[in-house]
Design a protein around this ligand. Structure first.
Ligand code: SF4
Length: 245
């Protein structure tokens, strides 16, 4: 019997979550509680807008096949690997049809549960929320060790990886942490790209709609100069300097 996927939403032609134009499947449910989450309505699995089998999702994607032929499909969230088996089923269908797949994850799900899906995808997009374990706990509710284990596994199986980090004042907009991050990422030749993303406040109204307290009120979006400086710090590392965006 096919597994039912709990899905938040779809984006038929996304241009920022992986290479080329992509169909994005946003899965519902996430065990983290990032202070800046722009989709708090995706946290609880029971609030899914769609409940569909992988076959049905594949049929929906197939309608856009011509548009995404130079890109692919990204399974994002929420936390997609919370529904790892569903991701596996969907990726098998897509791969059979030669559609490239990516998973966009925080790396919070144990490898025991997530490794098969990680092996199946063409590209893993991994958020390193904060290189400091305590900082990550404060920011997301969980530490960073599991994401590190996930990254180590991708090295072992030579999986293509894009790293992402949101740059946020009080957390990751910090020279010492960026140096630690840079040094850490030098160990991974399988990383193709490292994206630094400025913190933004676009999700705040959703927090208000859900009656949630947005604790980052007043924290500003980093300025262009601050983002350039953060990138420059990572680019000091010879092994990764060409990968930083
Ligand atoms: S991992 Fe993503 S979906 Fe989950 S709380 Fe953090 S930002 Fe929100």
């Amino acid at each position: 019997m096919s597994i039912i996927g709990y899905i938040h939403s779809f984006e038929s032609l996304g241009a920022v979550d992986g290479p080329g134009l992509r169909f994005i499947v946003f899965m519902q449910g996430c065990p983290l509680r990032c202070l800046y989450c722009h989709n708090p309505d995706s946290w609880k699995r029971e609030n899914a807008n769609y409940k569909m089998t992988a076959d049905r999702v594949y049929e929906k994607i197939a309608e856009y096949k011509n548009f995404i032929k130079n890109g692919g499909v990204t399974i994002s969230g929420g936390e997609p690997l919370l529904q790892a088996q569903f991701c596996e089923e969907l990726m098998k269908l897509l791969t059979k049809d030669r559609i490239e797949t990516a998973i966009d994850t925080s790396g919070i799900i144990s490898l025991e549960k997530s490794k098969r899906a990680i092996e199946l995808c063409d590209l893993l997009i991994l958020d390193i929320k904060d290189i400091d374990d305590e900082g990550a706990k404060k920011l997301t509710g969980a530490g960073i060790k599991n994401a590190q284990k996930t990254l180590e596994y991708t090295k072992e199986i030579k999986k293509r990886v894009w790293i992402r980090q949101v740059i946020l004042e009080g957390f990751t907009l910090d020279e010492e942490k960026l140096l630690r991050l840079g040094e850490y990422l030098c160990d991974f030749e399988n990383i193709e790209r490292i994206e630094l993303i400025p913190y933004h406040t676009m999700g705040v109204s959703k927090w208000e709609d859900l009656g949630l307290d947005y604790s980052l009120k007043g924290v500003k979006t980093p300025e262009v100069g601050e983002m350039d400086r953060a990138k420059e710090i990572l680019k000091r590392f010879e092994k990764i300097k060409e990968k930083v965006r």
